[in-house]
Design a binder for this molecule. Structure first.
Ligand code: TYM
Length: 332
């Protein structure tokens, strides 16, 4: 790899990606890959922290890879790979576990939210999820982690673990930094705009999947929750629905929030919602076509998986070998 700064990020193959994932993270990944040494990972080991059906997980791993390629991740420029195919992740997780505190993991808001869904039998993997994420990042001596703002706390933990390990054993890890796109760091549900848009939302009208049919997309935007006023104005606190739609429109069209407010001044919400829906549908239509083409080419997807897992593993091993030595594992 050339001597450039390193960018690392990941996405779970659980459900189809939403425009929240795209505008919050992947759009940024596509841009960054030109200027950085980038690694992007389909994190199937994170996905099994929630119950999964094996055949579905396998299928969605292929689909996720195809979608990332369709969005413009170029395997000639970036290392695009599947987490479970690189065993170094699991081994570093164990070593980091032995340096992570129960207290700091208990404070993770995503854990608290998701634990509620698992009832009484909360799995250890769910609790430990941020340590696996730290291992992902630290294995590659990452400089920047482009994510949506819901992952900020997890990247903070990765930083804390890196610093703690370096202090205890000597410098091994680079201390990474989270970075966020200009807008779209937090796209909210169309139905409950104070809640993050999520691919696992039970209310299908709450999120836009990147594979939704364009007509369906426009329909979902028409149903989006707004407020009892009529003014298209950005005010996250008092007008969360409208502000979210403005942000989505900004991401899809490239227009600024001010320009959007001006464009719709004096017009009702109906017209505004329709325009947002059309802009989103236009953005993702070409992606869907490319996705279908790629998904039909299983041989190509498998070749990308194989080659990139090898490339990732070579880099990961360099870090892991140092870590193993530092903690006192014998190598003969
Ligand atoms: P995941 O799969 O939940 O989401 C993937 C990326 O999409 C962003 N995102 C959003 N951004 C804006 N608005 C939203 N509504 C929205 N929903 C999701 C997320 O912030 C994320 O950047 N733990 C991670 C995956 C991961 C990872 C890593 C990321 C595993 N290892 C190492 C970075 C580095 C996750 O579950 O993302």
């Amino acid at each position: 790899m050339e001597d450039k700064k390193i960018v690392y990020s990941g996405i779970q193959p659980s459900g189809t990606f939403t425009i929240g994932n795209y505008f919050g993270a992947m759009k940024n990944w596509v841009k960054l890959q030109d200027d950085y040494n980038s690694l992007f990972c389909v994190v199937d080991m994170h996905a099994i922290t929630m119950p999964q059906v094996a055949a579905d997980l396998r299928r969605r791993t292929y689909e996720s890879l195809a979608l990332l390629l369709a969005l413009g991740i170029d395997p000639q420029k970036s290392i695009l790979y599947v987490q479970s195919m690189v065993p170094e992740h699991a081994e570093l997780t164990w070593i980091l576990n032995c340096n992570a505190y129960m207290g700091e993991l208990s404070r993770m808001t995503q854990f608290k939210d998701k634990a509620q869904k698992q009832g009484e039998n909360i799995r250890v993997g769910l609790f430990d999820y941020p340590v696996l994420m730290a291992a992902d990042i630290l294995l590659y001596q990452t400089d920047y982690v482009p994510v949506g703002s819901d992952q900020r706390q997890h990247v903070e933990l990765a930083r804390d673990l890196a610093v703690r390990f370096n202090q205890a054993y000597g410098d091994v890890f680079k201390v990474p930094e989270a970075i966020f796109g200009e807008s779209g760091a937090r796209i909210m549900s169309l139905q409950e705009p104070t809640k993050k848009m999520s691919k696992s939302d039970e209310n299908l009208n709450g999120f836009i999947s990147l594979l939704d049919d364009p007509k369906q997309i426009v329909k979902k935007f028409k149903r989006a929750v707004t407020d009892s006023e009529t003014e298209v104005r950005y005010d996250r606190e008092n007008k969360p629905g409208v502000s979210n739609l403005m942000e989505i429109y900004a991401c899809a069209s490239g227009a600024s929030l001010e320009a959007i407010a001006e464009e719709f001044s004096g017009k009702g919400y109906g017209d505004f919602k329709l325009k947002v829906g059309e802009a989103v549908a236009d953005t993702i239509r070409p992606v869907q076509e490319e996705y279908k083409r790629l998904l039909a080419d299983k041989g190509y997807l498998e070749q990308v998986m194989r080659n990139n897992a090898e490339a990732a593993s070579r880099i990961a091993w360099r870090t892991l070998a140092k870590v193993r030595k530092k903690v006192g594992f014998v190598t003969v």
